[in-house]
Write a protein that binds this ligand. Structure first.
Ligand code: FPP
Length: 262
């Protein structure tokens, strides 16, 4: 059992909680939503929410690593986010630069390895460099993988995967009969975090209850937890609460509960 863990309750109280180490989610994915609303509520520009959100990424990365999570996937920029104002997009493109400039030493200290999935070739040169350098500087780390989805979209990812498979068929490396769920899974971007390709737990902040083109294939059997907390106010104790909720769920993967098969 983990010692001295606290969770925030929906009523705003702080409670000590025992998480079951044997039932920890290995791959946690988060849709970090509500930055704009957090800023607007305070009369601040939307980008102030993203700035605060970046600090929360640091706290949640550290907490996840301490909890023994194997992969933390964060939806940082979607293929649809280019529709935002030039000012906001430009700020969001600077965030990985700021983040890695200040946080790589902590990542190294915590043995965290950086991974990125998405169409990174379309990101500005400086963003690509920041990401590339962080991957390089953390490549020998053997602890948690901090996996950023950057310019990522699940439908585009599936299309790219299907094209890869089709090309193999054309090249006679694969027959149509050999295509199965494993082939598809391996063709997707999450193959870079194998064997933890599929999240056990998806958390979305800010009260929205949508998947928004995130990991459509991989979420097939994930537990979904939605919290009203806005991302800039999300704390390690909220993560603990959301994992606690995950541990109360009965995951059956389409089967029946153990011992109830008779
Ligand atoms: C959604 O909130 C958030 C984003 C589109 C950006 C997420 C980015 C961060 C949290 C910082 C990422 C940090 C690094 C290191 C890359 P929203 O703007 O849609 O909020 P709203 O729904 O309230 O408008």
């Amino acid at each position: 059992m983990f010692k001295n863990l606290f969770k925030n309750t929906p009523e705003g109280e702080i409670q000590e909680v025992n998480l079951d180490e044997a039932k920890m989610p290995q791959h946690v994915a988060i849709i970090m939503d509500g930055n704009g609303r957090w800023a607007q509520k305070r009369g601040l520009p939307r980008v102030a929410g993203h700035k605060r959100g970046m600090e929360v990424v640091k706290d949640i990365t550290k907490a996840s690593s301490d909890l023994g999570i194997k992969v933390l996937t964060l939806y940082a920029f979607s293929t649809e986010n280019w529709k935002r104002s030039e000012k906001e997009v430009s700020f969001l493109m600077d965030l990985p630069v700021k983040f890695f400039n200040t946080f790589v030493p902590d990542l190294v200290e915590n043995n965290v390895k950086v991974n990125v999935m998405g169409y990174t070739e379309y990101l500005p040169e400086k963003t690509q460099k920041a990401v590339h350098d962080a991957i390089e500087q953390t490549k020998d780390n053997t602890g948690m993988i901090l996996n950023f989805a950057l310019n990522y979209g699940a439908r585009a990812e599936i299309v790219t995967g299907v094209k890869k498979i089709a090309q193999k068929v054309v090249d006679h490396e694969l027959s149509i009969d050999e295509i199965n769920e494993d082939t598809v899974s391996k063709s997707l971007m999450t193959e870079s975090v194998a064997p933890y390709n599929n999240p056990d737990l998806l958390i979305r902040t800010s009260g929205e209850e949508r998947i928004s083109n995130f990991l459509l294939w991989q979420l097939a059997y994930s537990e979904l937890v939605f919290t009203d907390k806005l991302w800039p106010e999300y704390q390690p104790a909220d993560l603990v609460e959301n994992i606690y909720e995950f541990q109360q769920r009965d995951r059956r993967f389409g089967g029946v509960k153990e011992g109830k098969n008779k």
